[in-house]
Design a binder for this molecule. Structure first.
Ligand SMILES: O=c1[nH]c(=O)c2[nH]c(=O)[nH]c2[nH]1
Length: 282
């Protein structure tokens, strides 16, 4: 039997880096996790056990720290771009270098409305994300956020859905809407101000979530994307993933109590999976 490799890539996952940028007494702090993935002319490593083209994944890990030291971490996007370019430019047999980064958030502690120079408070589950891919086409960058947990106690419903023999769900115009937003977007301007764009997009997502009646997760997702694309001309498209994290009415009638739409069972599993990519029509 003859076989062939149709696709391969390898790399190092979850390289953790903490970085201090010192401007006299004022410090910036970044904590990130980077994944490195390389594709290219590595087939002999698989088929013949020939390791001569293999850049050890241990070297990839070291490179993350070395590039941070040599080029700094101005933003996760700039750092991802520098790393991807390093791997693509340094090794002729690398055809694609992909760096994806997740940044844990540390916000300055505020004391009497003054932001502290070097003391920070954690940002919970939310993370900033980005991916840089270096190839013959140059460096492609996307940016995003994940773990943005939101909930509202009213102004959400779900009615008019398809009914069949297996449908038991009751239509409602007043339910809890809870989700954890993951968003990824592509920037048309490669040298944009990533951080400003992320702050603006995050605020648009929260504004639409909080202020518009939601007839479904799907419609709210669409309205969020519409608002982002309208407010940020630099964004070409946005992908949103918004699981429907159910809080179901508790069945307290069997306790001879009436549920006045205020007693719920938070139900982590199963959850609805709602996602879409929305782009501008050309
Ligand atoms: O907003 C919703 N979209 C659905 O597709 C769905 N399905 C479901 O059971 N509840 C909901 N809610």
């Amino acid at each position: 039997m003859s076989i062939k490799i149709t696709e391969q890539s390898y790399g190092k996952a979850r390289v953790c880096l903490s970085y201090i940028k010192r401007n006299e007494n004022r410090h910036d702090f970044v904590q990130l996790t980077a994944n490195v993935a390389l594709a290219g002319d590595f087939n002999v490593a698989y088929s013949a056990g020939d390791n001569s083209p293999v850049i050890p994944t241990d070297t990839m890990k070291n490179t993350v720290y070395a590039i941070a030291r040599k080029q700094g971490v101005d933003s996760i996007e700039a750092f991802a771009r520098n790393l991807a370019s390093h791997f693509y430019d340094s090794f002729e047999h690398v055809s694609t270098a992909t760096i994806s980064i997740e940044e844990s958030l540390w916000n300055r502690i505020e004391i009497d409305s003054n932001k502290h120079d070097h003391a920070f408070v954690g940002g919970g589950s939310e993370q900033n994300t980005c991916t840089a891919t270096a190839s013959a086409e140059g460096v492609q960058l996307s940016s995003g956020l994940k773990g943005l947990q939101v909930l509202k106690t009213t102004q959400s419903g779900f009615e008019g859905f398809l009914q069949d023999d297996f449908t038991t769900l009751k239509p409602t115009d007043d339910r809890i809407f809870a989700t954890t937003i993951t968003a990824d977007w592509t920037c048309q301007k490669p040298e944009g101000d990533w951080s400003k764009t992320r702050t603006k997009i995050r605020q648009m997502l929260l504004d639409v979530f909080a202020t518009q009646y939601s007839p479904s997760v799907q419609k709210t997702l669409y309205e969020m994307a519409d608002a982002v694309l309208a407010a940020c001309p630099e964004i070409g498209q946005i992908s949103l993933n918004m699981p429907n994290q159910h809080h179901l009415l508790a069945d307290i009638e069997k306790l001879s109590l009436q549920n006045e739409n205020d007693i719920f069972v938070p139900t982590p599993e199963p959850f609805g999976v709602i996602s879409a990519t929305i782009s501008r029509e050309v």
